[in-house]
Ligand binder design. Structure first.
Ligand SMILES: [Zn+2]
Length: 142
């Protein structure tokens, strides 16, 4: 959640870097018809700064579920691991899609922990993805 001022120019630069989609669930702004939020990768509550290196685009629910977390529990390794960092890590290294393309799968401890912590397979989102798959808008090919 952002409390600090973020200039329009900085917001636009981050949105372009994120290709106008949530860094976690990859939902696209143009699909949901709403601008996304600016996520502090290290939360402001943990002294994360409002600077480009610490900011990325996130949908409102991923941002809300992430909250002040930077680590989460991986149910397979039973370890507490860092959450996925959409600025420094590659999405496809840590996540994939199921065959239908409607559910995210964690490929690594970080990926699995992030899927659970941010509820990346929320019921409504999975339902929405089914429609996006049928329309050919999802999953993103890059
Ligand atoms: Zn999201």
């Amino acid at each position: 959640m952002s409390r600090s001022y973020i200039s329009k120019q900085l917001r636009e630069r981050i949105a372009a870097q994120a290709r106008y989609r949530c860094g976690y669930c990859l939902t696209q702004e143009k699909v949901i018809g709403m601008p996304m939020e600016i996520d502090h990768i290290i939360p402001e509550a943990q002294a994360g700064e409002t600077v480009e290196d610490n900011l990325w685009l996130a949908c409102s629910l991923c941002n809300a579920y992430k909250g002040e977390q930077t680590y989460a529990f991986d149910p397979i390794s039973n370890e507490i691991v860092p959450l996925f960092n959409p600025r420094t890590q590659h999405w496809h290294d840590h996540f994939g899609w199921n065959q239908m393309g409607d559910e995210m799968i964690g490929r690594t401890a970080t990926g699995r922990a992030t899927v659970v912590a941010l509820r990346l397979n929320r019921e409504l989102l999975v339902e929405a993805r089914r429609g996006w798959v049928a329309a050919g808008w999802h999953p993103p090919q890059d």
